[in-house]
Design a protein around this ligand. Structure first.
Ligand code: GRF
Length: 200
């Protein structure tokens, strides 16, 4: 059984999609051991509590690292986690931290591109597609090897809110899908390339 730590800073709808996918059996070989937020008021902590999952507030990176290690987590999922993580933290969990970003990396990502900022930039630029990306976390923001992406169409009349809704729908499918693949040991990283191994 893979043990997962989910780190949140806000509403936790991506966390909820993982909880629901475990509860309905879509994700078979994983459990969320702990949810940690750097924001005491994050609704994501409330979602965890409602599902009987340990929910911890901490804004101290060292403490967060110790908590994850104490729970013996195999995979760390950043789901709307807005605190920048240090090289030490990332190196402590090499190739075991994944993040979901609401654009098609390498577009509209990096410092300052989070939440609605991403979708506003997408609309302003006038791109025809956007989407969501799940990637490994490295020190440079949103720059780790890409695991999976899914595209949404952007119409000229779309507002940033319209794009946000379309992308969030995709996120809620994509992140649980990737967590499921990790739980089945089907994600292989070679250099920057990520291979998804077939079901044996
Ligand atoms: C999502 O759009 C995610 O892509 C980004 O932050 C948002 C988190 O939303 N990283 P929620 O807290 O999971 O509802």
């Amino acid at each position: 059984m893979k043990k997962i730590a989910v780190l949140v800073s806000g509403g936790g709808s991506n966390l909820q999609s993982i909880i629901d996918s475990i509860d309905n059996g879509d994700i078979k070989n994983a459990e969320i051991s702990v949810v940690i937020s750097n924001k005491e008021s994050a609704f994501g902590l409330e979602r965890a509590r409602k599902s009987g999952i340990d929910a911890v507030f901490s804004n101290d990176e060292g403490e967060i690292k110790n908590i994850i290690q104490q729970y013996g987590c195999d995979l760390i999922v950043l789901a709307g986690f807005l605190k920048i993580l240090s090289k030490d933290f990332i190196n402590a969990f090499e190739n075991r931290i994944i993040n979901i970003h609401p654009s098609l990396i390498p577009s509209f990502c990096g410092v300052g591109y989070y939440g609605m900022n991403v979708h506003r930039a997408v609309v302003e630029y006038g791109v025809k597609v956007s989407g969501a990306t799940v990637h490994f976390v490295e020190v440079k923001a949103d720059a780790g090897p890409i695991i999976m992406q899914e595209v949404v169409e952007v119409l000229p009349e779309d507002t940033a809110e319209d794009v946000s809704k379309k992308v969030l729908e995709v996120e809620h499918r994509l992140l649980p899908k990737v967590v499921g693949l990790f739980s089945e040991n089907r994600v292989r990283l070679k250099g920057r390339k990520v291979f998804i191994t077939e079901i044996r």
